[in-house]
Design a protein around this ligand. Structure first.
Ligand code: ADP
Ligand code: TMP
Ligand code: MG
Ligand code: ZN
Length: 184
């Protein structure tokens, strides 16, 4: 039977990694064979851990690009988990497609948009081919409502690829994003 692609997307702090780890737990409990990957660019928590903002963690393989994922897979595996897919090259889409066609379940978590509200291309393309898309939201750090679907950058740095946490980014709802942008 073909595998399934599940995408977990949303702004920062929306629980994407937490949800990814809860799927890892299910495969672990079922004694399935799986591997967890993350892009090497995200060095926040050390090279070989996928970690949530609350400190939950699981061992992972840090890879430079999507090709490394193929090279690191063994003959028979039940599932592949990938965090921070927004940082992968577009070739990840072809690789994920191959995996689901060869009966592997794939779970990906990643940002759907940059802080400028531009779609992250690899996430967008994966969402298009996914069997299921779980769109998460966070608590807006300005108004306190549970409807934050955007990430706002609080520093002056304009780079759209810039690793960091609360010192750089907050989760906000659309109204608060627009108000903060006007105040600049
Ligand atoms: P993501 O991978 O989407 O950035 P994580 O799964 O790593 O998210 O972390 C989610 C956790 O972040 C929540 O369980 C909560 O404890 C914490 N958190 C911090 N700020 C917020 C926020 N604004 N809204 C919701 N959760 C937040
Ligand atoms: P998170 O979704 O697990 O919180 O991690 C998101 C990572 O992406 C974090 O290191 C910050 C980074 N990031 C960017 O590089 N550009 C952006 O536009 C945003 C919103 C986050
Ligand atoms: Mg995360
Ligand atoms: Zn708000």
């Amino acid at each position: 039977m073909a595998g399934k692609l599940t995408m977990i997307v949303g702004p920062m702090y929306s629980g994407k990694t937490t949800e990814l780890l809860s799927f890892v737990e299910i495969y672990k409990l079922g004694r399935k064979k799986f591997k967890v990957f993350k892009p090497a660019i995200d060095d926040r928590y050390g090279k070989s851990l996928v970690k949530t903002h609350t400190g939950l963690e699981v061992e992972a393989i840090a890879v430079e690009g999507s090709k490394d994922i193929v090279n690191l897979l063994e003959e028979k595996i039940d599932a592949v988990f990938i965090d921070e897919v927004q940082f992968f090259d577009k070739d990840l889409v072809r690789i994920v497609k191959q995996l689901i066609d060869s009966n592997v379940d794939v779970f990906c978590a990643g940002l759907d948009m940059t802080f400028k509200q531009n779609p992250f291309e690899t996430t967008a393309a994966l969402m298009a081919i996914a069997d299921e898309v779980i769109k998460k939201k966070a608590v807006c750090e300005v108004c306190g409502e549970y409807k934050a679907n955007l990430t706002y950058k609080v520093t002056e740095e304009e780079k759209e690829i810039d690793i960091g946490g609360k010192e750089k980014y907050i989760a906000v709802c659309r109204d608060c994003y627009n108000n903060l942008s006007k105040e600049r």
